[in-house]
Design a protein around this ligand. Sequence first.
Ligand SMILES: Nc1ncnc2c1ncn2[C@@H]1O[C@H](COP(=O)(O)OP(=O)(O)O)[C@@H](O)[C@H]1O
Ligand SMILES: Cc1ncc(COP(=O)(O)OP(=O)(O)O)c(N)n1
Length: 270
Amino acid sequence: MTIGKALTIAGSDSGGGAGIQADLKTFQELDVYGMSVITAVTSQNTLGVHGVYPVPIEGVISQLDAIAEDLSPDAVKTGMLFNQEIIQIVSNKVQKHGWEKIVVDPVMIAKGGHPLLEESAINALINDLIPLSFIVTPNIPEAEAITGIEIKSFDDRKEAAKKICQMGAKHVIIKGGHQPSGSEIIDLLFDGHDFYEFKGNYVNTKHTHGTGCTFSAALTAELAKGKDVIEAVKTAKEFIHLAVENALGIGGGHGPTNHWAYKRNLAASK
Ligand SMILES: Nc1ncnc2c1ncn2[C@@H]1O[C@H](COP(=O)(O)OP(=O)(O)O)[C@@H](O)[C@H]1O
Ligand SMILES: Cc1ncc(COP(=O)(O)OP(=O)(O)O)c(N)n1
């Protein structure tokens, strides 16, 4: 049996709803073998981020090299990279090891407002990492920070998507969670030529901690299995929709999504 292998390069969320933990849970549920390079440890729960502790750069390099030596990933996602030095090392290693299918989730700020990327690192993200990406998955504030375009309308989103592809990304999907369109959330994919809309009902809940991580991890898992980008986005959208709709109600703040829901739903429909 051949099994897809997916690597996440991201921060640890002690609360288990976002970051490395969300990614590995998602990989497991989508039947790919999950691996991780931890860039920073966060003390975090559903109420917010209490502390950020970056891993020393030698530790990041050593994890990347250990994976490369023995376990070539079929797809790689980046999440919280925290600073310019880590972004540059990750970009160098991605090139050196010839890793393709790079999903860049440009994590910048946690839901509660805590920064997860130093402001001085945004240029490194744009100049070093985005040009290597197969797909970039910003939410609306991240797309604004990357492009300098204020996004108020769908046309603004399209303009921002074009600009991110001009930076070298093969695809970009600007997620719509921060700007529901009536009763729907539309995620907008651009492949450099055409736009595609992925629609889902807006779920009225405060339990959305880790939605971005979970969505991009699902996308990475599907790419690791060899799915094309449209199929991969479709599955990722379905996965996150069910995870939000069936949220666990854990914790006193923004609770985690339900990483079991997609597979349980699939099993129930058979
Ligand atoms: N309340 C919600 N109901 C349904 N889907 C949601 C909801 N919030 C976010 N999503 C989905 O979760 C994913 C992440 O969305 P978004 O909130 O835009 O990004 P982030 O979590 O990175 O801030 C997207 O696919 C979006 O459609
Ligand atoms: C360690 C870590 N990485 C990323 C995030 C941000 O996750 P995201 O999926 O964008 O969700 P919210 O912050 O909006 O819940 C994080 N919080 N921690």
